[in-house]
Write a protein that binds this ligand. Structure first.
Ligand SMILES: Nc1ncnc2c1ncn2[C@@H]1O[C@H](COP(=O)(O)OP(=O)(O)OP(=O)(O)O)[C@@H](O)[C@H]1O
Length: 288
């Protein structure tokens, strides 16, 4: 478990990026920080692996302060995936993935072996191993970035807008891949995005942030959608528009659920119907 304890960060120019932030991020779950640009998401993420040092307060991992750990060793023990993949352009795919392992003393042969198996894990063809990042598509580069983040088999994976720079179809693909990976690998994932739909799709715990990383609401996607804390959250998550503003419409064959544009999203099933559980009585896209 990761715990932020009254953490603040003021940068040397006086910007107060994070003000008195406290939160527990449960192990083996995905916590998503979501909020608009500049609200302090990246700063929070980077204080976990000490790429940014808190001005006051503390971050603990399993009860131990990160400030008591060697920053280089700490950084190598935590996976980090960033927007635009952050790959080294003059390194091949396989070397990009294997670098962390090489730095921690793994032989070249073993590091490459593990890197190749990680390409399988993230759904990349091994034939791409000897290419350079510029010879890959944006989505493939992001997958290499994820493979690299997983190389040292970290318990914690930090992901900073990892799918922000790819087109919506590739992005949806990568999101599904991450959901699959999370079931398989069972990591503690901390994910940053400004996209509330992505937050609800991926997060077990979603943290909606305002300026200075002020927590506006924290909860599961269902808790937040069912009970938004205030008008800001309602507006941010769009409960009054689009695919989350659902209404029931009576048709000649039964009741269906339509969105705010009148588009039918799915059928409303009778509670007595045998298949779905009560919480799943609406079937169709865009439901939580
Ligand atoms: N090194 C720095 N020096 C000064 N101010 C900084 C520094 N890094 C970030 N900031 C400021 O701290 C605030 C929070 O930045 P941060 O990058 O954490 O926000 P964010 O929510 O991740 O934004 P985005 O979604 O745009 O990446 C912003 O006002 C930003 O300008």
């Amino acid at each position: 478990m990761i715990e932020f304890r009254s953490v603040s960060k003021r940068f040397p120019d006086g910007t107060l990026a994070v003000e008195d932030f406290s939160l527990v991020l449960p192990s083996r779950k995905t916590t998503v920080f979501v909020g608009s640009s500049g609200c302090g998401k990246t700063t929070l993420l980077r204080m976990i692996n000490r790429m940014v040092e808190p001005s006051s307060g503390n971050v603990e991992i399993d009860g131990e302060s990160v400030l008591d750990k060697n920053p280089v060793a700490l950084r190598r023990s935590i996976g980090y995936v960033m927007q635009n993949s952050g790959l080294m352009p003059h390194f091949t795919v396989i070397d990009n993935v294997a670098t962390v392992l090489r730095l921690t003393g793994t032989s070249k042969k073993d590091a490459h072996e593990r890197a190749r198996s990680l390409l399988d894990t993230v759904g990349l063809d091994r034939a791409l191993a000897d290419r350079y990042p510029s010879q890959l598509s944006g989505g493939q580069q992001q997958r290499v970035g994820v493979a690299r983040g997983l190389a040292a088999d970290p318990n914690i994976l930090l992901m900073d807008e990892p799918f922000g720079a790819v087109d919506p179809i590739v992005r949806a693909d990568l999101q599904q891949e991450l959901i699959r990976l999370q079931v398989e690998l069972d990591k503690t994932v901390v994910f940053v995005t400004h996209d509330i739909d992505e937050a609800f799709l991926l997060g077990d715990q979603v943290v909606i942030l305002d300026k200075g990383a002020r927590i506006v609401q924290v909860g599961s996607p269902s808790e937040i959608i069912e009970n938004p804390a205030d008008d800001f959250v309602s507006a941010f998550i769009g409960t009054e528009r689009g695919k989350r503003a659902l209404r029931i419409k009576q048709t000649s064959r039964g009741r269906v659920v339509v969105d705010s544009e009148g588009r039918t999203q799915g059928a409303l099933l009778d509670e007595a119907a045998p298949n779905p559980s009560p919480s799943e009585s609406v079937e169709g896209p865009g439901t939580q």
